[in-house]
Design a protein around this ligand. Structure first.
Ligand code: SAH
Length: 394
């Protein structure tokens, strides 16, 4: 309840009626008042029926809907949503995974909190705010998190310098909002990982690949494994359990060192692992055909916007083609896309095109997605961003 009223064009209320939480600027007929970035707005249809409350933001996504009822976006609201996120994680087993103390606690639209990501690393929460509206409520969010997590929480780190739009105006700086903690070691299914939320990419670790890493372990026994785009070496550590050899490749030397450190933490002195600083495409070009029998392709998002979608699909095709070409007959590829704008169907088509170009026979063993702590809001298909295929190449 804001006093700022936003009316949608006739017919543009359809997606809201189906609980989609984004309002694009083109859907707006008239705004009564002069909302600034981050302000709360009440959204109405063309016949003056109330539709939703949300945060306003100039740009393509003009409103992020926080509720489809008329209500204050206050402490009670945040308490309700964050409690629901915790309850969901209890019920879905996220909080009782064996040997695991790292998981995503809040996943934006997936948890009814558009614009907020919260990753939990053994007592330290790393927050990423993606909209100014919710960023302004950061003190409320922190106080709710502290009261709900109690002694399970040692520190809250805000890492929103690069995620907030219009950064210049907010002057947001990364830093602790509560307590402080040195980057530490977390466990995932009993494996140890050093997490550096201050200097690492995103919140420091790609928690979203947890179940896929676990699946990889089932396939790595006795294999020569190539982990391209390895970052912290997540897939490499799991493969090391039983592989004959594991090579981790990343273009960033810092990432390669991190991967080596994580392998060393779990398999000290084990010479089956090597880290290589190289471009993944070039590395594949310089690899002898048949060198590897298990390859992981987990590149960064090739497309961040719809207008570069075509190039991104070409990128996935080129990468997968090279990997399929080089793979040993009877080998397996774990291939992923984490671009939100690339649909599951489009990703599959680019892997299909890649396979067709090589002429090799390819079967799909698994179609992979994101784990339960990265829930997909059924009304917001865009929240299903992680797509993977496990393919068998003859
Ligand atoms: N698989 C990882 C996450 C990958 S993130 C995990 O499970 O944690 C993407 C990684 O790709 C980053 O570490 C980035 O440094 C690396 N990268 C980006 N472009 C690359 C390129 N052309 N060749 C190799 N690595 C690249």
């Amino acid at each position: 309840m804001s006093g700022i009223k936003l009316v949608l064009k006739s017919g543009k209320d359809q997606s809201l009626m189906r609980y989609h939480p984004w309002i694009f600027s083109g859907a707006i007929k008239k705004i009564y008042g002069d909302p600034r970035e981050g302000d709360v707005v009440d959204v109405y249809d063309n016949k003056d029926n109330f539709l939703a409350t949300g945060y306003y933001q100039p740009g393509s996504i003009a409103v992020r809907v926080m509720d489809f009822e008329k209500r204050e976006l206050d402490k009670e609201f945040y308490h309700e949503r964050i409690s629901a996120a915790i309850e969901y994680r209890k019920k879905s087993g996220v909080l009782s995974m064996p040997g695991t103390n790292a998981y995503r606690l809040v996943h934006g639209e997936g948890d009814g909190l558009p614009g907020l990501i919260a990753d939990y690393y053994d007592g330290v929460l790393v927050l990423q705010f993606h909209s100014l509206g919710i960023y302004r409520e950061k003190d409320t969010v922190c106080s709710v998190l502290r009261s709900l997590l109690g002694t399970d929480l040692r520190a809250i780190y805000n890492k929103s310098e690069t995620t907030l739009p219009f950064k210049a105006d907010t002057g947001a700086e990364n830093g602790y909002l509560y307590g402080s903690a040195d980057p530490g070691i977390v466990s995932e299914y009993g494996y140890k990982f050093r997490i550096d939320w201050v200097n690492g990419q995103k919140t420091g670790f790609f928690i979203d690949q947890r179940e896929n890493r676990r699946l990889l372990q089932e396939y790595s026994e006795g294999k020569k494994v190539l982990n391209l785009f390895g970052y912290t070496g997540g897939f490499s550590v799991y493969a090391m359990k039983n592989a004959a050899r594991v090579d981790t490749v990343d273009i960033s030397e810092k990432a390669v060192r991190l991967a080596e450190e994580n392998v060393e933490l779990n398999f000290p002195g084990d010479r089956r692992h090597s880290g290589v600083t190289a471009d993944a495409f070039k590395y594949l070009d310089n690899t002898a055909a048949g060198e590897y029998d298990l390859v992981i392709l987990d590149p960064p998002a090739f497309a961040k916007h719809n207008n570069v979608l075509h190039n991104a699909l070409q990128g996935y095709k080129r990468l997968n083609m090279k990997a399929i070409q080089q793979l040993k007959p009877g080998g397996i590829i774990f291939t992923f896309s984490c671009s939100q704008v690339v649909s599951r169907d489009n990703f599959r088509k680019s892997v299909f095109a890649a396979a067709a170009n090589t002429g090799r026979k390819v079967r799909i063993l698994h179609q992979l997605s994101q784990p339960a702590d990265h829930p997909v809001n059924i009304y917001h298909p865009e929240s299903e961003y992680l797509k993977g295929l496990v393919i068998y190449v003859e």
